[in-house]
Design a protein around this ligand. Structure first.
Ligand SMILES: [Zn+2]
Length: 104
């Protein structure tokens, strides 16, 4: 695997803030930690903290379903845009776009 980000799973750690945020969700001093309790990143909205912390597992899940085969010997294809692996995802494919966004 060529990904160079901090190995997951990531852990959520946060304190609730006393102030109300602009969104209808709890504002927090949120930290996403790695397995060594080092801060991977911070977020100020509770829901964003949980979403970011799930990134490693979501990435692995997307990679697991990115290219599927219906039969042995046939080329793999994307279950979303139905393009074959050798041609890559369509420009509109959300699965391809999400995986591309995760890597620079
Ligand atoms: Zn696709």
């Amino acid at each position: 695997m060529s990904e160079k980000w901090t190995k997951g799973p990531w852990i959520v750690d946060f304190d609730l803030c006393d102030e109300e945020g602009p969104l209808d969700v709890p504002e927090v001093n949120g930290r996403i930690l790695d397995q060594d309790n080092c801060v991977v990143c911070q977020a100020s909205t509770e829901v964003n903290v949980f979403l970011i912390a799930a990134a490693p597992e979501m990435y692995e899940a997307l990679k697991a379903i990115e290219w599927i085969k219906e039969k042995d010997g046939e080329p793999a294809f994307c279950p979303i845009c139905r393009h074959y692996v050798h041609g890559g995802h369509s420009n509109e494919c959300k699965l391809g776009a999400a995986l591309k966004k995760s890597q620079r």
